[in-house]
Design a protein around this ligand. Structure first.
Ligand code: SF4
Length: 683
């Protein structure tokens, strides 16, 4: 296999757009990435990460042997030694402190099947629902807002369908950099087909520059302007009367609730002129279909769930669900963050969003797995960190998540991880998080295994093995099975396809999913009926509630966290086009690293002039939780007292989460990364 030139289909390992392409290889060399017209999402496109971001697979920094802590150092161990130690320590902690003293953190970088196995290990072998994934850091609030209003948490339609919208509104998202191939669809529809574009963001990024209307609401105030636009539409009698009467509950109560959200109030709080809000309302009225796209600029706030519900409310009152070119599009960040949630690595849900508290559901899984299951919802990532500090959580098994840099308030997280009695980290690199581990297990990335990923539009796609696992490493699904079996489980799967068969049997959402139906470039958008019929567009018949009707949510604005006056600058944060998240994959790519060698902070020209800052100068940013040292880039992408710090960093000195706090969305506990204030000193 390794001596000939091979062509293998895979799914991009980076963002939630879910591009697919052929990887041409010889031995372990990647010769080229070739997108094909068969690719359902991207066709012949990719972005720079999908094309050039793969050097990490053959990086010399890959872990190739299990490591076990001996005092302050790690020693190499065999897989048998590592598995035996893990089994004995997890059993011991469970015996002494109970199953709920153990926590399991899964990953959006691993496959759907691997996520299924991780939650089955936690629930069916250990006996706890303490299992979560990195959606807690990003999109849980969007899912919650949609659960409350329309019933499913996923994107309402397909990425292709966004191009059919008459109007696209982007709130707190930067798809030109974070979801590039999806952004291309909007750019093309806007430029060539007359699609209108409204962008609300703190930063004048590429999509903002292209927009027909660009607004910069004050940080954390999106809920207010969205609700004011909804009120104005109703006040003018522009609401979708027949749609509301037939398909939506709660219009009278919602109309009364909106009384506070006048244009005047919105202008005062958000800074957006009332005339602009009226114009946005008119654009929604006149558009043949409106799609609203949003991401972390909305969700990573104390009121992120409620703002997501406000977005859905606006779509409901304007009749923008259940028809082509309309609907809610929360943009998922990681390539498989949607799948990690769908396949059950959440503390309240079995796969397919079946509640652990539902007796019928639980009985079904108990019969299938032959063991009693806990009916107590588990702890999420955020609660687990607090529980470690409180001495309640003693042991943790974490896969593919650099929690030490990705979670907010990094110093607080580092202190927690250092207190664990036993900590297993499974990754492809020796991450910051691995430094706190007792056992480190070398895993294989997506090119070295088979399985499926689910992208932002609910599309399930197969990936095929390109290389054998790097010598010494193993695919995550095999490692989980080995650990489960040593703990008394019966995880005798020979291939991820057998895992998917079990998922389909137990999960109505995936009833008709099979590897045969996903062969090659074929794909399915859930829900998938038993006969294989999938659902590119949700809510065409009814909403996902028992009476089939959507629910307008009356939820008030949650003001952002207040900080002492000395922290006078608002620090926004997010991705860059070239790097992916914390950067530990893309910073192994020579070309990308050459282009963007490290992080930096964007400073507005007016603030730079006031503080005597020029391009390239080092500055110190300090919040109540920590400090970083980075170079300044002076740019009008930001304005006034706004700063922007990308989340990738090659050094500990520039990690954004040294500055963020432990405040969270009040419903989902997603960190309020976007509610960070700092002071800045020139070095
Ligand atoms: Fe990969 Fe996203 Fe780029 Fe597509 S847009 S190639 S999925 S990073």
């Amino acid at each position: 296999r390794d001596t000939r030139i091979q062509k293998t289909k895979t799914v991009c390992t980076f963002c939630g757009v879910g591009c697919t392409f052929d990887v041409w290889t010889k031995d372990r060399h990647i010769l080229k990435i070739e997108p094909t017209p068969e690719a359902p999402v991207n066709g012949i496109s990719t972005c720079v990460k999908g094309k050039f971001g793969w050097d990490f697979v053959n990086s010399e920094e890959r872990l190739t042997t299990p490591l076990i802590r001996r005092g302050d150092t790690f020693v190499e161990a065999t897989w048998e030694e590592a598995f035996d130690l893990i089994a004995s320590k997890l059993s011991q902690i469970k015996e002494q402190h109970g199953a709920d003293s153990l926590g399991f953190i899964s990953s959006s970088k691993i496959t759907n099947e691997e996520n299924f196995l991780m939650q089955k290990l936690a629930r069916g072998v250990i006996g706890t629902n303490n299992v979560d994934n990195c959606s807690r850091y990003c999109q849980s609030p969007a899912t919650d807002g949609l659960f409350r209003t329309v019933g499913y948490g996923g994107d309402a339609g397909s990425i292709h369908d966004i191009a059919n919208a008459g109007l696209v509104i982007i709130v707190g998202a930067n798809p030109a950099e974070a979801h590039p191939v999806l952004a291309t669809r909007v750019k093309r529809a806007h430029k060539l087909h007359g699609q209108k574009l409204v962008v609300a963001d703190l930063r004048k990024h590429e999509m903002a520059e292209r927009a027909d209307v660009f607004v910069r609401p004050a940080p954390g105030t999106d809920h207010i302007w969205l609700s004011a636009v909804a009120k104005y539409i109703i006040d003018q009698g522009w609401q979708a009367e027949a749609f509301l009467r037939e398909k939506v509950n709660g219009l009278d109560e919602y109309s009364r609730f909106l009384q506070t959200y006048t244009l005047e109030y919105a202008e005062t709080i958000t800074g957006i002129k009332r005339e602009t809000l009226m114009e946005i309302a008119r654009m929604i009225r006149d558009a043949d279909g409106t799609c609203i796209l949003w991401a972390m600029g909305v969700t990573q706030h104390c009121g992120g769930s409620d703002t997501s519900a406000a977005i859905s409310n606006l779509l409901l009152i304007s009749g923008n669900y259940g028809r082509p070119g309309a609907g809610a599009y929360p943009l998922r960040g990681h390539n498989n963050v949607q799948g990690a949630c769908d396949f059950g690595t959440l503390p309240k849900f079995f796969p397919g969003y079946q509640l652990v508290t539902d007796e019928d559901v639980r009985s079904k899984f108990e019969r299938a797995w032959g063991t009693p299951l806990s009916d107590k919802p588990g702890m999420d990532n955020h609660e687990m960190i607090d529980a470690i500090h409180e001495g309640k959580l003693k042991g943790m098994y974490l896969i593919g998540e650099d929690m030490a840099w990705v979670d907010s308030n990094a110093n607080h997280v580092h202190a927690a991880l250092g207190k664990l009695d036993f900590f297993v980290v499974q990754d492809i690199f020796f991450t910051k998080t691995a430094q706190f581990a007792d056992v480190i297990l070398p895993a294989s990335p997506s090119l070295e295994k088979e399985g499926t990923f689910t992208n932002t539009e609910r599309r399930i796609q197969r990936l095929y093995q390109v290389f054998e696992p790097l010598a010494g490493s193993k695919p995550d699904w095999q490692i989980i099975c080995e650990i489960a079996n040593r703990l008394g489980g019966d995880f005798s799967y020979r291939h991820p396809g057998e895992v998917m068969e079990e998922v389909a049997r137990l999960t109505p959402l995936f009833a008709g999913v099979s590897y045969e139906r996903l062969e090659g470039y074929k794909s399915l958008l859930w829900p998938v009926e038993a006969d294989g019929t999938d659902t590119p567009l949700l809510y065409t018949q009814s909403f996902h509630f028992p009476d089939g009707k959507a629910r307008l949510a009356c939820v008030d604005w949650v003001p952002p966290v207040q900080m002492p006056d000395e922290y006078d600058l608002h620090l926004n944060n997010g991705r860059l086009l070239e790097h992916f998240h914390e950067g530990n994959l893309t910073n192994k790519s020579t070309g990308i690293q050459h282009k963007v060698p490290d992080t930096f902070v964007e400073v507005s020209p007016e603030l730079a002039a006031e503080r005597g800052i020029v391009d390239g100068m080092y500055v110190r940013l300090e919040s109540p939780y920590g400090k970083v040292k980075v170079r300044a880039v002076v740019t009008d992408r930001v304005h006034g007292k706004e700063l922007y710090l990308p989340m990738n960093s090659v050094s500990d000195e520039g990690a954004v989460n040294l500055l963020t706090s432990s405040f969270t969305d009040h419903i989902t506990h997603t960190p309020a990364y976007k509610e960070t204030k700092v002071k800045m000193t020139v070095l």
